[in-house]
Design a protein around this ligand. Structure first.
Ligand SMILES: *Cc1c(COP(=O)(O)O)cnc(C)c1O
Length: 346
């Protein structure tokens, strides 16, 4: 049976070439700082982001939460979008690990304005929480892969500076934003005190994220990483996958974007499907099927009995179905996915 898995760009499996590269990686004990491949990856990502230093971490969640921890003190407050990954999909860790509370702002597809930030910054008073940090996400996962406009980032940076705050970028898919806009990773990163990027999304590595910032900041994050149990030993095997992914799978993200656009255009013609293909900016597609919850849609298209193929989609919100293109789906898979949706919803 044929399975087309569009649930997420996290479902990708390392290619044969990537596995071979991992197998030949030079390794050492990274808790002693002695893994040459981890060191190489950290240097490479620091350079790519134009930052002094970087740190390899097991997951995007740990990367973001380490940055939040290193920027704040308990009882502080941070500002992010109401749909932010750090707020919705990291198990409540802002509260649990950093003892920080969130002021969610009401952005549009995850994108908010400098005015919205300035409006919620607390004045100084002993009975008020301290606003410490602003976090943005680019591209925005729950916002449907939306790109945070660089001009708005600059405007928010002005507010961040005006109030002496810190600025964190959840760049799990910054790679996609960079490829889609032609704006370099370092141009995006330069407005932020810290950046996290995922190797295990569109880039197709099996595990890992990297955070970057000043030397001093990374030194503090390194300490917390160990404290939270994230110190790894011969992690060069995993870091090698990251190096391979950056080298080989970064620029090809344009293909995922092209397929997402094509898929969105085609399914927008299906009578019961509602979506605006112009909203699809990168590799994530969100759409509605008239009269059905996202859960119901996922169940219907998964069943191969009618079409001979199983299409896997995921739930974005109650009525929003989510599809994501990635390195393990080709043009033919996308055609088949369109055909399946036509069969059920035309
Ligand atoms: C995937 C993702 C993360 C991190 O997820 P992990 O599963 O912990 O690696 C963080 N932010 C965004 C926007 C993501 O999409």
């Amino acid at each position: 049976m044929r399975v087309i898995d569009l649930r997420s760009d996290t479902v990708t499996k390392p290619s044969k070439e990537m596995r071979e590269f991992m197998m030949s990686a030079e390794v050492g004990d990274d808790v002693f700082g002695e893994d040459p491949t981890v060191n190489k990856l950290q240097e490479k990502v620091a350079e790519l982001l134009g930052k002094e230093a970087a740190l390899f971490v097991p997951s995007g969640t740990m990367g973001n939460q380490l940055c939040i921890k290193a920027h704040t003190q308990p009882w502080d407050e941070l500002i992010c979008d109401k749909d932010a990954h750090i707020y919705n999909y990291e198990s409540g860790s802002i509260a649990g690990l950093s003892h920080v509370q969130v002021i969610p702002v009401n952005g549009k597809n995850g994108v908010f304005t400098a005015e919205q930030v300035e409006e919620v910054i607390r004045p100084e008073a002993y009975y008020l929480p301290k606003t410490k940090l602003v976090c943005i996400e680019n591209t925005h996962n729950r916002g449907g892969g939306s790109i945070f406009p660089i001009d708005e980032i600059k405007r928010i940076k002005n507010i961040v500076d005006k109030y002496g705050l810190k600025f964190h970028l959840d760049g799990a898919r910054l790679w996609n934003a960079s490829v889609a806009t032609g704006i370099s990773m370092s141009e995006y990163a330069k407005y932020f005190d810290s950046v996290s990027v995922c190797l295990s999304k569109g880039l197709g590595a099996p595990v890992g994220s990297v955070i970057a910032g000043t030397k001093e900041f990374i030194k503090l994050a390194h300490r917390y990483r160990k404290a939270w149990g994230g110190g790894m030993r011969q992690a060069g095997i995993l870091a090698a996958a990251g190096l391979f992914a950056i080298e080989n799978n970064f620029n090809r993200l344009a293909e995922d974007h092209r397929r997402a656009k094509y898929f969105a255009n085609e399914i927008s013609k299906i009578s019961r499907i509602k979506l605006d293909p112009d909203k699809v900016q990168t590799n994530i597609i969100l759409f509605e099927v008239d009269g059905l919850t996202a859960q119901e849609v996922c169940q219907i298209v998964k069943d191969p009995s009618k079409t001979g193929s199983s299409l896997l989609l995921s739930v974005g919100k109650k009525y929003l179905v989510r599809a994501v293109t990635h390195i393990d789906v080709n043009d033919n898979d996308i055609e088949e996915a369109v055909k399946i949706l036509k069969t059920y919803f035309n």
